[in-house]
Design a protein around this ligand. Structure first.
Ligand SMILES: Cc1cc2nc3c(=O)[nH]c(=O)nc-3n(C[C@H](O)[C@H](O)[C@H](O)COP(=O)(O)OP(=O)(O)OC[C@H]3O[C@@H](n4cnc5c(N)ncnc54)[C@H](O)[C@@H]3O)c2cc1C
Length: 455
């Protein structure tokens, strides 16, 4: 069918685009190479537990773009969210509360008293700044402001960057950091809280979107990889499946990371070299090792603990059952420890083992009864946490555009394309931003077809 929009990928961005289109009564067909929806947010079950693909929580809770998409299509009430706001630092044998609001900064025990005021003087103007002002800082590094701070104050930024970007401050653009602080400011309609599906499994969001798309006439074809996108005379004409079958369409949306897609799906001459080398700059990955630990005993009541300081390999300990008890069978408790690693570690089982063992030592130091209650562990390693690290010069409007000048009917969404926000929030934001452009293209196309018929 020629007027069916084809979407490649059933992750958060592909499904968000599909849902927004079917809401506007536009027929869509999604091709997803894997047997499940969710993309990087896919969950699995293991020994009766629901395990996410690494630690996944919804940044900015009910102000997240993911939430906005669900609101827009009228199904948000089906998503029961647990709030994630009990976050703590662990430093020098003590727990220190993570600040939720301005008043908390005065009690921010992780930072020495005299530095708290200095920190506030830096963070307050950021929190009340504007998105436009933040854009001016997109090419500067966060370390530009943190490098002169004392070690303890810097550890505050380490933890925020780990929580928000799964990365270290030297990889984070100041502009991106400022946008995050603005969006966390309740006086500007934001929140520093996170959300997580109460029933367990972050892929609940993708499953809800899939169901909505199908209930509204869309088709979701799983285990159906796309091999090629066909462009003729600067117009999209359809896609070729791995099986060789051709599906015609004058509108194709690509949702897997753009810098991979431009190399993988197109004939060589489609994009010029300058464009390709610009997109290649987005080929930066944040790599992490995360390990699920199952315990026979609850060792903490908190939701997230950040061990801070260079002596800890584990940069975050996430108590998943304290966020959503239904992820585990009764009497068992899941936690996950994670740390950023050089990307070559993720293919090296020996390195993964070493990192996991170090994290176990760290957790045992904080919780002496950890090891004796450990039932099983399941390490995972990723090269691709977010398609674009939040590096200076590679954020917000410097990302891959949704549409390429000169090629009609080809659109790109996903966290590597123009959008701000964190992870899934940015993936959904890209779909919201791209949607009107797709609608305009489809309108133009149908007007042209009416004219051709009339002539
Ligand atoms: C370990 C880890 C932890 C993370 N933690 C968080 C978090 O706490 N909070 C947060 O918001 N975000 C987090 N993220 C980031 C978040 O997962 C991503 O930003 C988001 O899922 C990206 O969605 P997307 O739709 O842009 O891309 P993807 O989810 O990558 O979707 C692209 C889809 O395209 C499909 N595809 C690829 N090639 C083909 C082909 N040839 N044919 C058909 N289909 C194809 C893929 O299978 C995939 O389903 C984390 C990521 C990881 C890996």
């Amino acid at each position: 069918m020629k007027d069916e929009v084809i979407i490649i990928g059933a992750g958060v961005s592909g499904l968000s685009s599909a849902a927004l289109l079917v809401k506007d009564k536009i027929p869509v067909r999604i091709f997803e190479k894997s047997p499940k929806v969710g993309g990087r947010t896919t969950s699995t079950s293991y020994k009766g537990h629901i395990l996410d693909n690494g630690f996944h929580i919804m940044p900015f809770y009910k102000t997240s773009a993911v939430y906005k998409v669900l609101e827009e299509i009228g199904i948000v009430s089906d998503l029961k969210l647990s709030i994630v706001d009990d976050i703590t630092f662990f430093q020098e044998k003590k727990f220190h509360k993570y600040p939720k609001g301005i008043l908390d900064f005065f009690r921010l025990s992780i930072v020495p008293m005299k530095s708290r005021l200095r920190l506030l003087r830096i963070l307050l103007p950021m929190a009340f700044s504007s998105m436009e002002k933040a854009e001016e800082l997109d090419s500067k590094s966060l370390t530009k402001i943190t490098k002169t701070m004392d070690k303890k104050t810097r550890s505050f930024f380490d933890a925020v960057c780990m929580l928000a970007f799964a990365d270290t401050p030297d990889h984070v653009s100041l502009g991106e950091f400022v946008r995050t602080i603005i969006r966390a400011n309740p006086f500007k309609g934001g929140t520093s809280e996170f959300g997580y599906p109460s029933e367990g499994g972050y892929d609940k969001i993708s499953k809800m979107l899939e169901e909505y798309v199908k209930n509204n006439g869309g088709v979701v074809s799983l285990s159906t990889p796309i091999k090629k996108i066909v462009i003729q005379n600067n117009h999209v004409t359809g896609v070729v499946l791995e099986s060789g079958e051709f599906f015609p369409s004058n509108c194709v949306i690509v949702s897997n990371p753009a810098y991979i897609a431009v190399k993988k799906f197109f004939d060589d001459e489609v994009f010029d070299k300058k464009f390709l080398s610009k997109v290649e700059k987005l080929n930066k990955t944040t790599s992490v090792i995360e390990v699920h630990f199952c315990l026979s005993k609850k060792i903490d009541f908190r939701q997230i603990v950040f061990p801070v300081g260079s002596n800890y390999t584990a940069k975050g300990v996430f108590f998943i059952t304290n966020i959503a008890p239904s992820v585990s069978p009764k009497g068992e408790h899941l936690l996950m420890a994670g740390t950023p690693v050089p990307s070559e570690y993720t293919d090296n089982p020996q390195k993964i083992r070493e990192v996991v063992d170090k994290m176990k030592v760290d957790i045992s130091q904080i919780y002496p009864d950890f090891k004796e209650n450990l039932l099983w562990e399941r390490p995972m390693a990723w090269k691709l946490v977010e398609a674009v690290v939040k590096e200076p010069g590679l954020v917000w409007k410097q990302k891959m555009p949704h549409h390429i000048e000169g090629i009609k009917g080809l659109f790109f969404v996903g966290d590597s394309t123009i959008s701000y926000g964190i992870g899934t929030d940015s993936a959904a934001h890209s779909s919201m931003l791209c949607h009107p452009k797709i609608i305009n293209h489809l309108k133009e196309k149908s007007e042209q077809e009416i004219q051709i018929k009339q002539n």
